[in-house]
Design a protein around this ligand. Sequence first.
Ligand code: T1G
Length: 695
Amino acid sequence: MPMETVRLARQGEIAIATIDNPPVNALGQALRADLARVIAEAGADPTLSAIVLAAAGRAFIAGADISEFGKPPLAPYLPDVLDAIEACPKPLVAAIQGAALGGGLEVALACHGRVAAPTASLGLPEVRLGLIPGAGGTQRLPRLIGAAKAFPLMLSGEPVNAGKALELGLVDAVTGEDLIAAAVAQAHMLASRGAPLRLSEAGAKLTAADRAAFEALAADALKKSADLPNVAALIEAVRGAFELNFAEGLAVERALFLKLVADPRSAALRHVFFAEREIARVPGIGADVQPRPIAKAAVIGAGTMGGGIAMCFANVGIPVTLIEQEQAQIDNGMNRVAAIYEMSVTRGSLTPEKRDARMALITPAVGLAAAAEADIVIEAAFEEMGVKQQIFAALDGIAKPGAILASNTSYLDVPTIAAATRRPRDVLGMHFFSPANVMKLLEVVRPQGVAEDAVVTAMALGRRLGKVPVVVGNGFGFVGNRMLEARTRATERLLIAGALPHEVDAALTGFGFKMGPCAMADLAGNDIGWRSRKARGKTAAVADAICEAGWFGQKTGRGYFLYPEGARSGQRDPEVEALIARISEEQGLTRRSFSSDEILSRLLDPMVNEGARILEEGIAARPGDIDVIWLNGYNWPAWRGGPMYWADTVGLGAIVARLEQQAAETGDATLQPAPLLRRLADEGKGFADLKTRSA
Ligand code: T1G
């Protein structure tokens, strides 16, 4: 007998229906059926005068069950359950604790009253899944608070807290006391009034002025998001609240919603939703392994990365000591941090009080001894193995027992760094992405032999810092930069074979990236890649030639592109294009043109191939982990799902064929399809068919 997902109790003439569908009361088919049954029973019970709808656990209702989307719909359908709630002859009061999101908020809107606990957060985040509210939200919410307030909530998908919800009129009351008692009192009050107020019958908020305000917001929204179909759909649905009766408005909303659910962009965003939750599960480490307490941190190196990492701690209230070798260096570092905070204050995104509080949490220091009290020490020094080994050897004698020693290295061998200490079980990599105080991605590098609780501590700390932490195995470039290098090699091949920088970049920006590889190199500084290649004895004809000319990118006014004073983006540089043509000639290549599609596949296929090798080697545990890394560290467009998800949508067989053709054409063995990629293709499978592997 399946567990009941709604328990019914009573307090006198008030029924208390408590939803209990762990972990977050998602509205799966069983819950919908139980909810419909309980509401019908209580509604027909002559001894009851009202109903309180409460929920167990940390969330009220997390929304529709996203895992059901894309599958044949199962009755009872949510809109019908909500219609039954609203049509109930007895008033229903929602008692909201925790998250009431998407369908969860729509359930509350179908109720006749709403009481919230201070922990409540209410929102309609469907747009984040490429959707729109699909169970009456676009019709009931404008009727409750007006379209001019409702539309921005649905457009942003951002939840509001209990206080804001009360201010907006989303809830009738917020109580820090007994939520159920408050809801029962509200239920009694509504019962005493007779027929419950149904939002489907309300329309007072939908005034001409509200319509005008909504239309202005809608016009602005359309300008900003022309490439996402759900914004236009949301506008059409909300407009229906003004122009149609409730039933017609619901029908329009439903049709638009169902069309969006079938859109591949929504399917990709739903993949991202689950992939970003899957990363919390570190294969081979049980959920019982507890993180070590982190109360104090230390960061070694006050350069751009070190300063940014120190800010990450200060931003969440963790005291951090920022350490350099000399006073002048630490002064520079602190000035850089202060300047960044000052910019936020100028922009209005940070109050002066918060700036001061955060600066006060960063203690500048000279010498490693200042790291003695830290629970975690993150090294962000010069990217040179000898420097890092020296620092870790010294830290070994300074850091307290049990302190986590992490390197922010972006591609060096973490076990070699750990070997400089007598505590390798406490040493791992925490690879932040620049700017560290902004970029979400954190690669937690897990070398063989590191303690499980050290890994769990780094993951928990990453989440606490507001990062998206992904465990990766040790290996050159770990996951993100290793695949980026594959794309960089592909860019070189394309430029020498006949494509030009603006064509290569346009192929990627047309795919949905904010920036193409050439513009990105110009932004980061072409000399960074140049130095790394020289350190590893590697060459790249075009990239090296551009650096030898001193064209390091934006910072020198020219790189792959020209950046005239004040120009917002790069312009084609005839000298660079002539240089590239000369290199093609020197290599005896006859240049040819490439279509945008061909450029795109020649850039992305080698990345997918490298991703397959990364999975084979266990450097990443799951294909979704690789997707999460590229979404949060390199601006892969979320509505494309990530490189491995994209590969599945293309079909691995097609990718294998293109790679084989390129390998034959160029003689580049790295383009030979990885065994895992070939096996999946031969079996007619995708990366999604892979099971978890241990990192
Ligand atoms: N459906 C299915 N599973 C869900 C889920 C959902 N809506 N929400 C969470 N889960 C799973 C999640 O995958 C994880 O599983 C576990 O629950 C804990 O989640 C009709 C169409 C509520 C703020 O977009 O924002 O309603 O990994 O780790 O950090 O108009 O979950 O443990 O196996 O995130 O405490 C709209 C999505 C849906 C909200 C809790 N709703 N959820 O955060 O836990 S569309 C959303 C969240 C919709 C209607 C439309 C968060 C949370 P596992 P978690 P958390």
